[in-house]
Design a protein around this ligand. Structure first.
Ligand code: C2E
Ligand code: CA
Ligand code: CA
Length: 590
């Protein structure tokens, strides 16, 4: 071509070629770009389809919410899970998700069956232009996982056999109870309850019976205690009872007594009646320890003390305040035993006419020679007997023994002189008391005139009308009544006038001060004057010196009792000194 042969033709050709090349390269680039875009879109479409399929088929509930919290899109799982009540949580969750970008929490959705489903919910804020304009929500059903966790927690905290809290769980309860009690200075108690005959039953009747017995014992413990008390099992035949709130040691004692009594009742397992009984050790917070392990250890030693004391009883951990309670309990157990095994005795102390020195009566005083501790004073054990109710049996025993003895001496010739028996307030309030007196008189054929009952002034003053009726009933039997410890109980004169009482016993505390103390002498004179006015006789107790006796005689006192004349004597000694002398003097006079 001529054009390209002329001057500059080569440059033109080069430019054209370059242009063609550039155009071709541009097309190619465009093609590549277009192709690339095409692939990307295919990929994007496939990706979207995948995301969409995943969204729809997910077992997690998923939803997209708009800025106002309305569901824009959701999947089937969400529809199944999200009933109305689930929607309610958006109110709480969305503001937090908006502020922090994210919210996570658990939702409980109650079922009509009463159980509930638990969901783990997450809400993420979706931001396209800074502000959160929608939210992605997912719900995962964790009901089964929660239930399994609960089950594991329950197993970890409970005894498999009885389903009672185990030691670990008790420790937690105890820590809580102590934390609550500490600021107000209140007490809490820990009782270790051990079945006494479990090993024997388990060995002889087999494990199935043993297991059933433990389950029954658990149920009985729960039924005996209050709902606030925690009953647990520590393994074997040992139960632990936590008493989270105690006013004092007596409160723990009352609970323990109730449990011992309840466990004493037979258990019916299959066709068998099983007698188990239990021994209880008690430790008190904070007295016996300020943490669970210390309290458990101390309750344990106390439990062994209870076992040694003969089982079927309870004992406190020994030190400090609890020691006295234990001593009293030991004393009570020993006293009960003494009563059943003729370990008690009745001593007789003579009463004489002050004018002549002649025997005019005697007081029966109970005596207890403890096998280990020697003689124990009634001042110590009568109050224990009164608290435990043992006084009814003890009092009746003294009454019968006094009647028996007096009837025997009547046979030996001792006439006219009555025997005085002390009657405790508890006995006096017992409706069976007059009947017991009648029986004693009848059984030993003792004339009622040879029996006198001593009632303390404090008994007279408490519940006057009832006391009056009882005294009248006793008076009608023909026996004598006297008021013991007179001068200490502020009896009202008008009361005294209306009672069938024949004798006032001036308390030892006034006699002791005679003859030096003018005030005591004035009191003795006043009592004598009062007795005269009421037609009663007066006896002074605790007369130790001739000076006291002289003073009493001057005051006009009728009778006296005390070491000056004789200490309380055993029956043979009393018989040797008084019965024989009396009989022979009467024989001589006849
Ligand atoms: P009480 O009824 O005032 O008995 C008199 C107490 O004084 C007796 O003490 C007696 O041994 C003591 N006593 C007698 N003469 C003298 C004396 O000259 N000087 C001194 N310092 N004491 C003298 P006991 O036997 O230790 O009895 C103490 C209390 O125990 C009795 O006081 C009575 O309240 C109670 N008690 C004794 N036996 C019985 C009983 O069988 N039943 C009941 N319910 N209580 C009894
Ligand atoms: Ca007395
Ligand atoms: Ca007295």
């Amino acid at each position: 071509m001529a054009v390209f042969d002329g001057p500059g033709g080569k440059e033109l050709l080069d430019a054209l070629l370059l242009t063609a090349y550039l155009v071709a390269a541009g097309y190619l680039a465009l093609f590549v770009v277009l192709y690339h875009l095409h692939v990307k879109r295919r990929e994007a479409e496939a990706g979207l389809r995948l995301v969409d399929a995943a969204f729809r088929s997910s077992v997690q509930g998923m939803a997209i919410l708009d800025a106002a919290g309305s569901v824009v899109r959701s999947n089937g799982a969400f529809a199944r899970m999200a009933r109305e009540h689930v929607q309610g949580f958006f109110v709480e969750a969305l503001p937090i998700a908006r502020a922090k970008g994210y919210w996570e929490g658990e939702l409980a959705a109650p079922r009509t069956s009463g159980e509930e489903d638990v969901y783990l919910a997450t809400v993420s804020a979706v931001r396209v232009q800074g502000e959160a304009d929608s939210y992605a929500l997912s719900l995962a059903d964790i009901t089964e996982r929660r239930r399994a966790e609960q089950r594991i927690r329950h197993i970890a905290h409970h005894d498999l056999l009885t389903d009672l809290p185990n030691r670990a769980c008790l420790a937690e309860h105890a820590a809580e109870a102590m934390a609550r009690a500490r600021p107000d200075g209140r007490r809490a108690g820990l009782m270790l309850v051990d079945l006494d005959r479990f090993k024997h039953i388990n060995d002889s009747l087999g494990h199935a019976v043993g297991d059933e017995l433990l389950r029954r014992a658990a149920r009985r413990l729960i039924a005996t205690l209050r709902p606030a008390d925690v009953v647990g099992r520590q393994g074997g035949d040992e139960f632990v009872v936590l008493l989270p709130e105690l006013a004092d040691a007596q409160a723990a004692e009352r609970v323990a007594a109730k449990v011992v009594a309840a466990m004493r009742q037979p258990f019916v397992v299959g066709a068998r009646e099983l007698l188990a009984s239990c021994s209880i050790g008690i430790a008190l917070f904070p007295d016996n320890g300020e943490d669970f392990d210390t309290l458990m250890r101390n309750a344990d030693t106390a439990m062994y003390v209870a076992k040694e004391a003969g089982r079927d009883c309870y004992r406190f951990h020994a030190p400090e305040m609890a020691r006295r309670a234990n001593e009293r309990l030991d004393l009570e157990a020993d006293l009960r035993h003494a009563l059943q095994s003729s370990g008690l005795m009745v001593a007789m102390q003579p009463q004489v006419a002050l004018a002549t020195g002649v025997l005019c009566g005697m007081e029966a005083l109970v005596r207890w020679a403890h096998p280990q501790r020697g003689a124990i004073s009634p001042v110590q054990f009568i109050p224990v007997a009164e608290d435990s109710g043992l006084i009814l049996a003890l009092g009746e025993w003294v009454l019968r023994e006094a009647c028996r003895q007096r009837a025997e001496w009547l046979q030996a010739g001792l006439r006219d002189v009555p025997v005085a028996v002390n009657v405790s307030a508890v006995q006096f309030r017992d409706p069976g008391f007059p009947g017991a007196v009648k029986r004693a008189l009848a059984d030993f054929a003792l004339p009622p005139a040879l029996l006198e009952l001593e009632v303390t002034e404090s008994v007279i003053m408490a519940g006057f009308e009832q006391v009056k009726l009882t005294l009248e009933e006793l008076g009608r039997l023909g026996l004598h009544l006297s008021i013991d410890d007179f001068g200490t109980g502020y009896s009202s004169l008008s009361y005294l006038k209306r009672l069938p009482v024949e004798k006032l016993k001036i308390d030892r505390s006034f006699v002791i001060e005679l003859p030096a103390d003018g005030e005591s002498k004035a009191i003795v004179e006043a009592v004598v004057g009062l007795a005269r006015g009421l037609g009663m006789r007066v006896i002074a107790e605790g007369v130790e010196t001739a000076g006291q006796a002289d003073c009493l005689r001057q005051c006009g006192c009728d009778e006296a009792q005390g070491f000056l004349y004789s200490k309380p004597l055993s029956a043979p000694d009393f018989a040797a000194r008084y019965v024989k002398a009396w009989s022979s003097s009467k024989a001589a006079a006849a």
